[in-house]
Design a protein around this ligand. Structure first.
Ligand code: AMP
Ligand code: ZN
Length: 141
């Protein structure tokens, strides 16, 4: 089993988790397009959203609308980009359904998945601080 998101789910790979429940799990993207970039996944491994059962999809959407306002509050953002790359032709690199939640505090700056700036190395403390802020906001809801 080589899926990195399944490994994160099973605590066999490191991650900065911010939320988990029976069917879903959310953690920080390791190469954030913007500060507070979160990946929300179903625990179940499928590549395409249409392979998920309606029940799991519903659980995912319930978590999404719970998490978005909390992530935004944590990052002082009013808005977010929310996206799914559904298949390799659409830019999906990891073949396990994941929803990108990218809080946007301001219009300034380009939001590009291919922006090289997102690949700069970041310290553990950077992720820990953001994950803690987001967790606190989620717990308060
Ligand atoms: P996609 O192109 O939609 O498949 O996006 C995959 C995302 O997963 C990218 O934004 C990566 O930065 C992110 N990513 C890759 N490996 C990890 C990891 N180990 N932990 C957290 N995020 C990751
Ligand atoms: Zn997987």
């Amino acid at each position: 089993m080589s899926c990195i998101l399944c490994k994160i789910r099973d605590n066999k790979a490191p991650s900065y988790k911010v939320y988990e429940d029976k069917h879903t799990l959310a953690f920080l993207d390791i190469n954030p397009v913007a500060d507070g970039h979160v990946l929300l996944i179903p625990r179940e491994h499928t590549q395409y959203i249409e392979e998920l059962s309606p029940e799991i999809w519903e659980a995912l959407m319930r978590t999404l609308i719970r998490l978005v306002p909390s992530i935004q509050r944590a990052m002082n953002a009013k808005d977010s980009n929310i996206g799914i790359n559904n298949g390799p032709n659409a830019g999906q690199i990891i073949p396990h359904v994941h929803i990108h939640i990218i809080p946007r505090p301001s219009k300034a700056g380009k939001l590009l998945f291919s922006n090289p700036a997102r690949f700069k190395p970041r310290k553990k403390e950077y992720f820990e601080e953001i994950a803690e802020k987001i967790r606190k906001e989620i717990e308060a809801t």
